[in-house]
Design a protein around this ligand. Structure first.
Ligand code: BTN
Length: 332
């Protein structure tokens, strides 16, 4: 059945008259107006121009099941596996609980806010209500536990592509999977796993992307090291934004589609294609880095990513090459 919203979306911001909409939908002009009013009440910005008709200017930036599920594919992240929460402790925690209870691969938990958002290495992750993207998803890969790290790299790659596609071409990846924008952290990924020695029960990948967050909203200690897309978007007075601010919904759906595509390719062809694309997006080869292995720190030059996904760094102190399998890497 044709629907009004689909017609307005398909017009891509052009005006559609009440008469033509009525004809397409098989209803009266009064009925069209009634539906337009309902959309406006639900947060859609629709311009009504006398003699010309209706134009969809902006959709509400909501992540509810109603808004997102119709845009999902029939594949890994299908509509029935999508869960939207207003507030949780941590979407990773929720997804781990669901995974332990046996939900299928492709289950996604998205939250408007987290009260105990978790970062890597025991850090905190800020998720104030309605501002950013915070979500986690469940995978059940048939692989040995020591290869699941590659899924995190795959998620970083899909996220970087999604953000670039939305118009933020400067975004790069920092090993293992932070997204950087103008040298500051835009997004992070936290992967958790339930496994035995040789069998993975589940992998939960948690993604945090700062969308509407701006520098002023970060606590002082993070200003200067964290950034949101809105920081880059914010146009100066009267100026037209260089990059239109994307909807969180479109970023989320874009990510899920991309991850799904890369995941399928990874399953069919292995890690080599992911590695190549990751290296192109990370632009890390030849860069001077500080590697923090928690027990020791050293400076070196990032040489390459090995075929398993670990970073190879030539140390400045003794010239040897270290394979970095954990910890943190900073560009210096
Ligand atoms: C990092 O330290 O870089 C990783 C940050 C990961 C944050 C995301 S937000 C959604 C998911 N739930 C969490 O508690 N953490 C991850």
């Amino acid at each position: 059945m044709p629907d009004l919203l689909a017609e307005l979306r398909a017009a891509r911001g052009a005006c559609l008259s009440g008469k033509s909409l009525g004809e397409r939908l098989g209803v009266s002009r009064a009925a069209v107006w009634k539906r337009i009013r309902a959309l406006i009440q639900n947060g859609y910005l629709i311009e009504s121009r006398h003699g010309k008709g209706y134009r969809l200017v902006r959709e509400p930036d909501v992540l509810t099941r109603e808004a997102v599920a119709p845009l999902l594919s029939a594949g890994l992240f299908r509509a029935g596996r999508y869960h939207h929460r207003v507030e949780v402790g941590s979407t990773n925690e929720e997804a781990v609980t669901l995974a332990r209870a046996g939900v299928p691969e492709g289950t996604v938990v998205v939250a408007e806010s987290q009260t105990r958002g978790r970062g890597r290495l025991g850090r905190q992750w800020l998720s104030p209500p309605g501002v950013n993207l915070s979500f986690s998803f469940v995978l059940r890969p048939r692989m040995s536990p020591n290869r699941t790290f590659q899924l995190t790299l795959l998620a970083g790659l899909a996220l970087a592509e999604t953000v670039q596609e939305a118009g933020f071409a400067e975004v790069t990846i920092k090993w293992p999977n932070d997204l950087l924008l103008r040298g500051r952290k835009l997004a992070g990924i936290l992967t958790e796993m339930g496994a035995e020695m040789d069998q993975v029960h589940y992998v939960v990948v948690g993604v945090g992307l700062n969308v509407h967050m701006t520098t002023a909203l970060f606590p002082p200690e993070l200003q200067g090291i964290a950034i949101g897309l809105a920081d880059v978007y914010t146009p100066s007075a009267g100026a037209v934004a260089v990059v239109p601010m994307p909807l969180r919904r479109d970023l989320l759906v874009g990510f899920l589609h991309r991850f799904e595509t890369w995941h399928e390719r990874y399953r069919q062809e292995g890690f080599a294609g992911v590695r190549e694309r990751w290296l192109a997006l990370a632009q890390i080869q030849g860069r001077r880095v500080e590697v923090n292995l928690l027990k020791e720190k050293f400076i070196g030059t990032a040489l390459d990513m090995d075929p398993d996904g670990f970073l190879l760094v030539r140390r400045e102190d003794d010239g040897s090459v270290s394979r970095v399998v954990a910890g943190d890497v900073a560009l210096v």
